[in-house]
Design a protein around this ligand. Structure first.
Ligand code: 13P
Length: 256
């Protein structure tokens, strides 16, 4: 049985120490009894330290939204995985479609970051997903297959088991157009089948695959109830305590 995992990806929001602090302080008491779901928040770098201090000893895990694959040095504007670890992160989001499409990150780069994350001891949440035109041209599986082969290149069984794969169809992100549970399940099943072919059934059954893209309280339960969907990566709805709580509660109640 796989435990559901929900990530709140704040993106470039709630980045001032006071608002982040207020948000996390209100969230903690609400969610303290949700024990059947792994809870992760990914605030902007500027407030990781504040968040980290407040969540100590709670059931909330902390994630960076990105990192570079070097420890330190002349990489202006980027962030070291060691800094993330030192500030209290145990997760990191890699290869988000906004990093891929706005900032030009490639599967090869994301693969280097992924290997580094394992080396440093950060649990990676790695995003893959097709664009609208690709879906319309019937290329979804081809694109997902390519991303799986290249982003997850040369990972060991142990590493792929530790990886959280986030399937985020780009056309569903921030658009209010959620993939239907059936559309999402179809791709999740395809991803698990790929892992089965590459690593074997035992491994495939252990890997957690999140859905992401316009998850809201009113669609969360149907999505999480699909056999191959193990939680979600939430953008907009993770910025509101009540909607984030409802989504966490929906995941907490799913048992497969
Ligand atoms: P929305 O939930 O705002 O669509 O964002 C999804 C996402 O990109 C999470 O990483």
């Amino acid at each position: 049985m796989r435990k559901q995992i929900i990530g709140g990806n704040w993106k470039m929001n709630l980045g001032s120490p006071q608002e982040a602090q207020e948000f996390v302080e209100k969230l903690i008491p609400k969610i303290k009894d949700l024990n059947n779901v792994d809870i992760v928040i990914a605030p902007p770098f500027t407030v990781l330290y504040e968040a980290s201090k407040i969540i100590k000893g709670t059931n909330i895990n902390l994630s960076g939204q990105n990192m570079y694959f070097e420890d330190k040095g002349a990489f202006t504007g980027d962030i070291s995985p060691i800094f993330l670890k030192d500030v209290g992160c145990n997760y990191v989001i890699l290869g988000h479609s906004e990093r891929r499409n706005i900032f030009g990150e490639t599967d090869e780069l994301i693969n280097k970051k992924l290997k580094k994350a394992f080396f440093i001891g950060l649990n990676p949440i790695v995003c893959i997903g097709e664009q609208l035109e690709e879906r319309e041209q019937g290329k979804t599986e081809e694109i997902i297959d390519y991303q799986l082969k290249n982003t997850f290149k040369d990972l060991s069984k142990e590493e792929i088991i530790k990886t959280i794969i986030a399937y985020e169809p780009v056309w569903a992100i921030g658009t209010g157009k959620t993939a239907t549970p059936e559309q999402a399940e179809e791709v999740h099943k395809f991803i698990r089948e790929y892992i089965n072919k590459t690593y074997g059934l035992d491994t495939a059954e252990k890997v957690r695959i999140q859905y992401g893209g316009s998850i809201k309280p009113n669609n969360a339960e149907d999505l999480f109830n699909q056999p191959n969907i193990d939680g979600g990566l939430v953008g907009g709805a993770s910025l509101n305590i009540d909607s984030f709580y409802e989504i966490l509660k929906a995941a907490n109640e799913v048992s497969k």
